[in-house]
Design a protein around this ligand. Structure first.
Ligand code: AMP
Ligand code: ZN
Length: 114
């Protein structure tokens, strides 16, 4: 836990959030400033900044978190599809240095960048 990290503090329950899913590996919350009708953030519970800094064990944990999405997409209103985004660094416009995956959906999304 990094006490200067807003997502660690959310995971610890020190800052309120709208939780939609939680298990031993991750928390999924509603983004405070949504860019789509459904805009969620998948937060691994362990603090690391991004996929470049993550260890092999953390990458396996992240893969497990993403795989678990398959069991909850319908409950999250994402049955018609969704987009996963993880911003990294300055050009990626990352603003919180705790790895997170944006989950966007609930409508047909704007034309993709990639
Ligand atoms: P990024 O810019 O990719 O690092 O994404 C950070 C995201 O976290 C942004 O979409 C913010 O709206 C969101 N965010 C920041 N603080 C909070 C918070 N306290 N609760 C929920 N979402 C947050
Ligand atoms: Zn953190």
């Amino acid at each position: 836990m990094d006490k200067n990290c807003v997502f660690c503090r959310i995971i610890a329950g020190e800052i309120p959030s709208q939780k939609v899913f939680e298990d031993e590996d991750m928390l999924i919350i509603k983004d405070i400033n949504p860019n789509a009708p459904v805009h969620l953030l998948l937060l691994p519970k362990e603090h690391y900044a991004n996929i470049i800094d993550m260890t092999e064990a953390q990458s396996q944990n992240l893969a497990r978190c993403i795989k678990k999405l398959s069991t909850i997409v319908d409950d999250l209103g994402l049955e018609d599809g969704f987009r996963l985004v993880s911003n990294k660094g300055e050009n990626g416009c990352q603003s919180v240095e705790h790895l997170h995956i944006h989950i966007l959906g609930g409508e047909r999304l704007p034309e993709k960048l990639a």
